[in-house]
Design a protein around this ligand. Structure first.
Ligand code: FAD
Length: 322
């Protein structure tokens, strides 16, 4: 008789896998924006996400505010930051310095991106890294040099993935080849660009799996509550929004009505991605918590109860001190 499989022997492994939850934030552009952001951060912290990602301007345009925000998240909250880092316009030496600075602050997760090329068509300075893949390899080299400092631990390296063709790419097939190349260079997971039709996410995942991509591909979902924002982001990302949703948002008479329509559409999109096997949901918050929390409430993600979480530990310490 053959021995029982590991899954049979550990039946608790076969239950519903918890779904990862994360949010995207961007560094504030003014003191007033910082105040709003910190209200958002506190509201989101209470939902105990697995991490929050912090965007980074192409060519490092907001390097100082990004690093400052990440540092405050590490020092003043229980949140784990995932630092976005773009490579276009920077040399390997400059980027190695930024990576080192992030690691010194305690960052252990980086989303390795190329960044958008300058709109005026100017070419990146010579010596600048060309692709996200080059940045992943650089991060792994820095990690290797610091392996004793990291207790031989790894930096979690994420990358971007595209449910609809990247605007500069010749085809969706090419996008999957690039994703596979990023995995081979050391990417651990991917977060997708916004998408407005669930089948686009499901198609990306099946194309990627057929090509040999095994890393988790987490759908990036924006609350579809603002017509202006959906239009702007779809232009920026080169993604066509669903016309029926746009019509319904445009026809809504009040902000509350638009919010109801948008939250429902977002929840349906996220649920369809989960039904297609998504291992988590990454919510683009635009530094506002209200709509993200509405979506989260209605999604009812299977999340583990975390009585031993850092947030509970901090609350207990505060209770004991008062
Ligand atoms: P790459 O993977 O390098 O791809 C860029 C282009 O080059 C693609 O067309 C690809 O097909 C092609 N390509 C890549 N490798 C090769 C190769 N080896 N040979 C031939 N062609 C290749 N931008 C910011 O500025 N700051 C941010 O914080 C930010 N966060 C983002 C977060 C997410 C989740 C996503 C999805 C995007 C984000 N972006 C951000 C936007 C991103 O920088 C742009 O989409 C950018 O145009 C491409 O970045 P990438 O990392 O996908 O680049």
């Amino acid at each position: 008789m053959s021995p029982p499989s590991l899954i049979d022997a550990h039946s608790n492994l076969s239950g519903i896998a918890p779904v990862a939850l994360s949010y995207e934030l961007f560094p504030p552009r003014s003191p007033a924006a910082a105040e709003t952001l910190w209200t958002t951060i506190r509201e989101l912290e209470a939902t105990e996400p697995d991490y929050v990602s912090v965007t980074y301007g192409a060519s490092g345009s907001n390097r100082d505010t990004a690093v400052e925000l990440i540092n405050r998240l590490l020092l003043e909250t229980t949140l784990r930051p995932l630092a976005h880092l773009t490579c276009v316009g920077n040399t390997a030496g400059e980027l190695a310095e930024i990576i080192g600075e992030l690691l010194d602050h305690g960052v252990r997760g980086i989303l390795a991106l190329r960044g958008d090329l300058p709109k005026d068509g100017t070419l990146p300075a010579s010596g600048s890294l060309r692709y996200a893949q080059d940045l992943i390899e650089l991060i792994r080299r820095v990690e290797q040099r610091r392996s004793a400092l990291l207790c031989a631990g790894k930096i979690a390296v994420g990358v971007a993935a595209y449910p609809t063709r990247h605007p500069e790419s010749p085809s969706e097939g090419h996008d999957v080849e690039v994703l596979l190349a990023k995995q081979r260079s050391g990417a651990d997971f991917a977060i997708t660009q916004v998408f407005f039709h669930a089948h686009q996410y499901a198609d990306l995942v099946s194309r990627a799996r057929r090509a040999g991509v095994t890393i988790p591909i987490i759908p990036g979902v924006m609350p579809l509550t603002s017509l202006r924002r959906v239009k702007r982001l779809s232009e920026l990302a080169g993604v066509e929004p669903a016309p029926e949703l746009m019509e319904r948002l445009a026809a809504s008479n009040t902000e509350a009505e638009a919010r109801g329509i948008g939250v429902r559409a977002t929840v349906d999109l996220a649920n369809a991605a989960l039904d297609a096997g998504a291992p988590g949901i990454h919510l683009y918050t635009f530094n506002e918590h209200a709509h993200a929390l509405d979506v989260l409430d209605k999604l009812a993600l299977p999340r583990p109860a975390r009585p031993g979480s850092r947030l509970h530990a901090v609350a207990r310490r505060q209770e004991m001190a008062s």
